[in-house]
Design a protein around this ligand. Structure first.
Ligand code: FE2
Length: 279
């Protein structure tokens, strides 16, 4: 299996894998390398929706996003991420603006483990996705910061107050995703590796600190974890698949010009039930 390191000691590109036909043995090997490196990149993939969903399902139980208005109509496991409008209707979620650092669906009891994005159309300018290595950031953390995270819990919310939104979260979606408290330091379910569970755009409280004090703490943690030595920046090409481990990285996205088109298909998978709740 040919691979090449992309980032600062994490993020790996697989050079000779076709996700549509990968066999079980290679799958096991690839999955292990992905978990070690936290972000996996596969260029030049040709996947129809069946192939995309069946590959995702081989990685773990299929995730279905609570934001039901952006799911593919006949395929709830596929969510569209796009700025394209079709007859005045938004085809996908998240528009063309920048997105702040977060880990996916931390506001759920059993957060999604792996997220995959498959690039169908990419803009010429901007729209890069940045990944921050939360395990390396934790391992290198100075004592004063580590004291702020060890043994503490944080609250994660689908709709953090004070954050600018592109659309309101309908009540039925809020009902499905009430705020969750998780450990601020997580142990990887397979690797026994610790990482700070940092998702600044979802976190509304750390321990018993006030919202304002929590915001200040989260800002300090973000400043640390987003240092260049912990970050990989992905410049998208059409037909890229990028797969990341939400227990071990956070990510953000750059904005891109409104008039340029970006269209991604997103899928995700859970951990098995017995490992699925952060610890
Ligand atoms: Fe995300």
């Amino acid at each position: 299996m040919k691979t090449q390191l992309l980032g600062n000691g994490f993020a790996v590109e697989f050079l000779d894998i076709d996700l549509a036909i990968i066999d079980d043995e290679k799958m096991v090997e690839m999955r292990e390398i992905w978990m070690q490196h936290k972000v996996a990149v596969f260029r030049g993939q040709e996947l129809d929706d069946d192939a995309l969903v069946s590959f995702t399902e081989r990685m773990g139980p299929l995730f279905v996003h609570v934001r039901d208005q952006f799911r593919a109509l006949d395929r709830p496991e596929i969510m569209y991420i796009s700025n394209i409008e079709d007859d005045g209707r938004l085809l996908g979620a998240l528009g063309n603006g920048d997105l702040q650092w977060h880990s996916d669906q931390t506001y759920t009891k059993r957060p999604v483990f792996g997220t995959m994005l498959y690039a169908i159309e990419v803009p010429t300018d901007g729209g890069d996705t940045w990944f921050g290595d939360l395990a390396a950031a934790y391992a290198a953390m100075p004592d004063d910061l580590r004291e702020k995270v060890d043994g503490r819990k944080a609250c994660y919310s689908i709709e953090k107050k004070g954050l600018k939104r592109r659309y309101e979260t309908p009540q039925h979606q809020k009902d499905q995703a009430p705020d969750q408290w998780h450990p601020l330091v997580r142990t990887h379910p397979y690797l026994d590796r610790k990482a700070v569970y940092l998702s600044p755009s979802h976190m509304t409280g750390v321990g018993d600190s006030s919202f304002e004090d929590s915001e200040a703490e989260v800002a300090l943690l973000q400043e640390w974890a987003a240092r260049p030595e912990f970050v990989y920046r992905h410049k998208w090409r059409q037909n890229d698949v990028v797969l990341w481990d939400n227990t071990s990285v956070m990510h953000r996205r750059d904005s891109f010009p409104t008039e340029q088109r970006r269209f991604m298909k997103r899928t995700g998978f859970y951990l098995p039930e017995d490992l699925g709740v952060p610890f």
